[in-house]
Design a protein around this ligand. Structure first.
Ligand code: ADP
Ligand code: MG
Length: 698
C-alpha cells in the first residue's frame, strides 16, 4: 500500500485543475501554495490562460504535456466527475478533490460522490477527498492545500477528518515548533480512508508517529485489522470525537443496553494498540514525546522538585495514570543523602528545596536518572530568583542525552520560563505549566511501550459444528422467528459451550420422558422467545422435585398463556438444576461500526445493577478473552479471594472465544446473550440464552 500511495504522497509532478490567478479565490490560494512549495513540474488547468503564476497553463486536462503524478481538483462539484474521468483517461493515477458539494450536502451530492468512486475504481485511481483541505508532504516539499501556511518538516504524520481542525493544527504547530512528515485532510473518505494512510505511514521511514483526528470509522473490522498490523511498528495516536450510531443497533438485551456508543471504539482502540487521546492537548503531547524520546523500559518515574506542592501534584498524577513512583536503590539514596542538604527529601519525589542552585539541581537529577529503578524522569521547578530557566533547560537536555531515559518537565512559570524553550525544544523535552500534564505525557510513552512489548498473537479458532448451528438458525428463520430463547441452547452446544441438560415439554405428558437423567431437582422455564426476563414474571421455577415436575410445568404453561395471551408460548423447558456458583454473562451485540462487540461481566438477574462489564471487539486474538475477563472489577472474586476457590477461568476464556467465533461466523446474529453462565472451580455451564437474528438472512 505504501507503494500504491507513493504517487499521491511523493508526487514528482502536479497539475491543479481549477487553478486561478485571482487572489481571494481558493483556486488561487491552493495553486500558489503548490507553486511556492514544490520544486517539480507544476501545471495549471484553466481555459482562460496560457500561464499562471509563472507556470504553464493548459485549457483542458487532455492538453497536459505529461500524465502528472498528482491532479488536484478544485472546481465546482458538478464539473468534478468529468474532470476526474479526464484525469483517468489521461493516465493520471492520483487525485485530490478539494471541492465540496458531495455526500455532505445530501442525496444529490451522495450520488455525485458515487460517480467519483466508480470512476476512480475503473481507472485504478487513488482519490483523496472530496470535500477536503488537501495534503502536505514535507519530504517532497509539496503543500497542496489552501491553508494559509504549510507545515514544518518533522516526524509526525497527521491525518484528519476535519478540514477546519487541519488549518488550526497547522497554525498552532508553527508556534509550538511541531513538524510533520505528512499532513492529510481526509474529507469525505470516498475512496481513501484512514486505514490506507495508516498502512502507508507505517512503511514511511521519516514518519515516527501517526496521529489522527477521526469523527467516525466506516469499516471497523478493516480498521481493527489495519491498526493491529501498524501499531507494533509505529505508534498511532487517535482522538475520536462524535457520537456513535447507537440508535442503529437492535437493543433488547442487557448487552445492548449496556454497550454505549463509545464502548466499541474504546475496545477496538485498546485491542489494536491505538493510543487514544482524550483531548487535543493530549493528542500532541503524546505525539511529541513519541516522536522525540525513547520508550521507557518500565513504568517507574523519578521526580525531582524544588518545592513540595508540585511534587505532590506530579505524584497524584502518576498514580492516576498507572505509573509507579520509583523506589531508589541503596546507592542512589546514599548519594542523595550525602549531597543534598539535611532538610531535603531524598525519597521520591526528591525535594531539593527552594534554595537549590543549578549545581544542586544537576546533582539530584543526575543521581535520579542514573538509578536503575528509574525508567523516566519528571523535573519540576517553582520559580526562584537564584536559578535561571536557561540553566535548568541545559541541565535537563544534558541528563536526557546522557542517560537515554524519557524526561519531561514542568516549570510552574509563564514568561520567565521561555528562556529554556529553545534548548528544551532541541532536546525534544516538552515543558508544561501543570506538573500533572508533564506526567500524563509520559504515560503516553508507557502505553506505547506496553503495545510494543506485546507479542503478536493470532486468532484462536476452536473446532465447532458450524453446519449444525447453521441448520438450527435456518429452522428458526423458517418459523419467521427473529428472537430465540432457551429453545436455542443447542446453538451454544454446537459451538462447544457447555449447557445445562434439558428438553422442552409442550404439554404435561411430555414431561415424564424428559425426567430421566435430569436428577432429583429440576428447573422449569417458560419457553417464549419474546419474554425477556422470565424470572421477573414467574417464568422460572428453580428446585422443583422431579415427582412434581409434570404438575408444575402444566401450571406454568397455564399461567403464562393466561397472563400473556398475545405472546407465543411454546412450552416449558425442563432443565437439570445445577449447583449454585458464580453467575457471569457473556453477550454479543452487533455494533454498526465494528461488528460483533463482546461483553463479559458479572451476570444473573442483576447485571445492570452491578454494571460490572467489559467489552471487546471480535475477532479475538489469543489472550484477549482473558484480558476481557480480567478487566471487570469483580475479577478477584472469579480468581478466588481469601481462601475461597476461584472459578475455572480457562473454561470461561474458551466460552468467550467460542461465542466470539459464533458471532463472526453468523453475521445475521444481531444479539446474543448467555446469562447466566454458572461458574465452578472446575467447569462452567450456561443455563439461559437469548438471541436476535436479522430477518433478512437465514
Ligand atoms: P431469566 O434471565 O429469563 O430471568 P434464567 O434462565 O436466567 O431466566 O434464570 C434466572 C435465574 O435462575 C438464574 O440467574 C439462576 O440464578 C437461576 N437458574 C436458572 N436456571 C438454573 C438451573 N438450571 N440451575 C440452577 N439455577 C438456575
Ligand atoms: Mg437469564
Amino acid at each position: 500500500m505504501a507503494d500504491q500511495l507513493s504517487g499521491l504522497l511523493f508526487p514528482r509532478s502536479v497539475a491543479v485543475i481549477g487553478a486561478s490567478g485571482k487572489p481571494g479565490k481558493i483556486g488561487h490560494a491552493l495553486f500558489s501554495n503548490v507553486v511556492t512549495s514544490f520544486s517539480g513540474p507544476v501545471y495549471a488547468v484553466n481555459p482562460g490562460h496560457d500561464e499562471l503564476l509563472g507556470r504553464p497553463c493548459v485549457p483542458t486536462i487532455a492538453a497536459l504535456p505529461e500524465p502528472v503524478d498528482l491532479a488536484v481538483i478544485i472546481i465546482p462539484a458538478q464539473l468534478v466527475p468529468d474532470a476526474l474521468e479526464a484525469c483517468g483517461a489521461g493516465g493520471i493515477r492520483n487525485a485530490i478533490v478539494i471541492s465540496g458539494g458531495f455526500k455532505e450536502v445530501g442525496a444529490d451530492g451522495a450520488e455525485r460522490e458515487g460517480k467519483l468512486v466508480e470512476i476512480a475504481s475503473r481507472h485504478s485511481m487513488r482519490l483523496l477527498g472530496p470535500n477536503c483541505l488537501g495534503l502536505i508532504s514535507t519530504q517532497v516539499g509539496l503543500n497542496a492545500t489552501f491553508a494559509p501556511r504549510g507545515a514544518r518538516e518533522g516526524e509526525i504524520a497527521f491525518i484528519s477528518q476535519s478540514g477546519a481542525f487541519c488549518t488550526a493544527v497547522l497554525d498552532w504547530a508553527w508556534k509550538g515548533h511541531v513538524g510533520f512528515s505528512h499532513f492529510i485532510s481526509l474529507g469525505n473518505k470516498a475512496v481513501l480512508s484512514e486505514e490506507d494512510f495508516l498502512t502507508a505511514f507505517a512503511d514511511d521511514p521519516r514518519t515516527r508517529v501517526i496521529v489522527a483526528y477521526l469523527e467516525g470509522i466506516a469499516d471497523g473490522q478493516r480498521f481493527l485489522k489495519t491498526a493491529r498490523a501498524v501499531t507494533p511498528q509505529k505508534p498511532v495516536v487517535i482522538i475520536k470525537t462524535g457520537r456513535g450510531e447507537a440508535g442503529a443497533r437492535a437493543v433488547s438485551s442487557h448487552t445492548g443496553t449496556m454497550a454505549g456508543s463509545d464502548e466499541a471504539y474504546e475496545a477496538a482502540f485498546r485491542q489494536a494498540g491505538v493510543i487514544r487521546a482524550q483531548n487535543v492537548e493530549e493528542l500532541f503531547d503524546f505525539a511529541y514525546l513519541l516522536a522525540r524520546q525513547p520508550l521507557p523500559k518500565g513504568r517507574r518515574v523519578g521526580i525531582v522538585t524544588n518545592a513540595g506542592g508540585p511534587g505532590v501534584m506530579a505524584t497524584d498524577a502518576a498514580e492516576r495514570e498507572g505509573l509507579e513512583i520509583a523506589r531508589f536503590t541503596e546507592p542512589t539514596a546514599r548519594s542523595l543523602a550525602e549531597r543534598m542538604p539535611a532538610a531535603a527529601s531524598i525519597y521520591n519525589p526528591v525535594d531539593i528545596l527552594g534554595d537549590a542552585r543549578a549545581d544542586r539541581y544537576r546533582d539530584a537529577v543526575n543521581l535520579v536518572a542514573a538509578d536503575p529503578n528509574v525508567d523516566m524522569i519528571v523535573a519540576l521547578s517553582a520559580p526562584v530568583a537564584i536559578l535561571t530557566y536557561a540553566e535548568l533547560g541545559t541541565i535537563l537536555a544534558d541528563v536526557h542525552r546522557e542517560h537515554g531515559k524519557p524526561v519531561t518537565c514542568s516549570f510552574m512559570v509563564g514568561e520567565i520560563g521561555e528562556e529554556a524553550d529553545a534548548v528544551l525544544r532541541d532536546a525534544g523535552i516538552p515543558s508544561a505549566f501543570d506538573p500533572a500534564r508533564a506526567v500524563r505525557a509520559l504515560a503516553g510513552l508507557v502505553r506505547y511501550a506496553d503495545v510494543r512489548g506485546t507479542p503478536h498473537k493470532d486468532q484462536r479458532t476452536h473446532p465447532v459444528d458450524r453446519e449444525g448451528a447453521a441448520s438450527l438458525l435456518r429452522a428458526a428463520a423458517r418459523k419467521d422467528r427473529v428472537r430465540l430463547g432457551v429453545e436455542a441452547m443447542d446453538l451454544l452446544e454446537a459451538y462447544g459451550i457447555p449447557v445445562a441438560r434439558g428438553g422442552i415439554a409442550r404439554s404435561a405428558e411430555d414431561v415424564e420422558p424428559l425426567l430421566q437423567a435430569l436428577g432429583e431437582e429440576l428447573v422449569l422455564k417458560v419457553v417464549s422467545p419474546e419474554m425477556s426476563h422470565k424470572s421477573d414474571v414467574g417464568g422460572v421455577r428453580v428446585g422443583i422435585p422431579a415427582e412434581r415436575a409434570a404438575e408444575e410445568a402444566w401450571q406454568m404453561l397455564h399461567m403464562a398463556r393466561e397472563r400473556f395471551p398475545e405472546m407465543p408460548i411454546d412450552g416449558v423447558l425442563v432443565q437439570e438444576r445445577v449447583p449454585p456458583g458464580r453467575e457471569v454473562i457473556v453477550g454479543m451485540v452487533r455494533d454498526p461500526t465494528f461488528g460483533p462487540l463482546i461483553m463479559f461481566g458479572l451476570g444473573g438477574v442483576h447485571v445492570e445493577v452491578m454494571g460490572d462489564v467489559a467489552f471487546a471487539v471480535a475477532p479475538l486474538v489469543e489472550g484477549e478473552a482473558e484480558a476481557l475477563i480480567r478487566r471487570i472489577r469483580a475479577y478477584p472474586i472469579l480468581r478466588g479471594v481469601r481462601g475461597q476457590p476461584g472459578v475455572d477461568i480457562n473454561a470461561l476464556v474458551e466460552v468467550v472465544e467460542r461465542l466470539a467465533q459464533l458471532a463472526m461466523d453468523f453475521p445475521h446474529l444481531l444479539e446474543l446473550e448467555a446469562n447466566p453462565i454458572i461458574c465452578y472451580p472446575d467447569r462452567v455451564v450456561a443455563v439461559d440464552l437469548r438471541l436476535t437474528v436479522s430477518g433478512e438472512d437465514g
